[in-house]
Design a protein around this ligand. Structure first.
Ligand SMILES: [Zn+2]
Length: 262
């Protein structure tokens, strides 16, 4: 192929690759997790057994939601009856309390699928830690996703660095402060710094959980539990997983790729 044609061809491929996915994952994430273009479904039982596959299930579910193809799975009368026997959620979500980020809806999952803790700015404290540990140690849920979102009011409040926040709000502000200081230091316009603070806050919360003694840190180091971060886009409905929280997973650190579809 002549260089000019080859370049146009590559550009075309690039355009197709970037516009066909509503769920915005980077090429690296798609390659590592083997996320298939135009794929919308992943098996429920496999997602519970293999957290790498569970990640794909969330990505495909969010793709359905963002492309207006939600199927509202596992919420019939028969499904409710099945759930009386017990629960086996395939993912734990640590999300923001914001009413615009309903976790089951944006990931298009059903009853019994997601174990969720939501607080403003997804700030965690002792009770959240216990809740997450319960999910991993008792329910054997092997995937934990810290989910921040665009235009988060809690992060916005922390960006103002108020001197005397009212009541218990001070807990939230203090927890998000390092991320807001980081974003201010990097600089940019208001939207850019807020987006950066939202992202940074999620990354710090991911690291907080990865190092949490005595349960999660050990489970994470042994590769038994995956802890990753993502940000939800209010405009497009797409969840973007944060690349550095995926590439830093033990399996990918060893240079292996997720081979979860066997
Ligand atoms: Zn929020």
């Amino acid at each position: 192929m002549k260089p000019l044609f080859r370049n146009s061809f590559l550009l075309l491929l690039l355009l197709i690759g970037t516009t066909s996915l509503s769920a915005q994952q980077t090429a690296t994430i798609n390659r590592l997790l083997k996320v298939e273009p135009r794929q919308y479904f992943a098996d429920r039982d496999s997602a519970y057994l293999d957290p790498y596959y569970g990640l794909k299930k969330l990505i495909y579910g969010n793709r359905r939601f963002a492309e207006n193809k939600s199927i509202k799975p596992r919420q019939t009368d028969a499904d409710l009856k099945n759930n009386e026997l017990g629960q086996k959620p395939f993912a734990t979500i640590i999300g923001c309390a914001d009413s615009r980020v309903p976790n089951e809806i944006i990931f298009d999952q059903g009853v019994g699928d997601l174990f969720i803790t939501r607080t403003a700015g997804q700030v965690m404290a002792e009770a959240s830690y216990g809740t997450i540990e319960y999910a991993t140690a008792v329910l054997n849920t092997r995937l934990i996703v810290v989910l921040g979102h665009e235009s988060c009011g809690a992060v916005q409040a922390a960006m103002k660095l108020p001197e005397n926040p009212p009541g218990h709000v001070v807990t939230l502000i203090n927890a998000i402060k390092p991320a807001s200081l980081y974003a201010k230091k990097v600089g940019g316009d208001d939207k850019e710094t807020l987006d950066l603070a939202v992202r940074r806050n999620v990354i710090e919360q991911v690291n907080e959980l990865r190092g949490l003694e005595p349960v999660l840190s050990r489970q994470f180091d042994r590769g038994e539990v995956l802890i990753v971060g993502a940000v939800y886009n209010l405009h497009t409905g797409a969840v973007e997983f944060i690349e550095e929280t995926i590439t830093s997973l033990p399996k990918f650190q060893e240079g292996l790729t997720a081979d979860s579809e066997k």
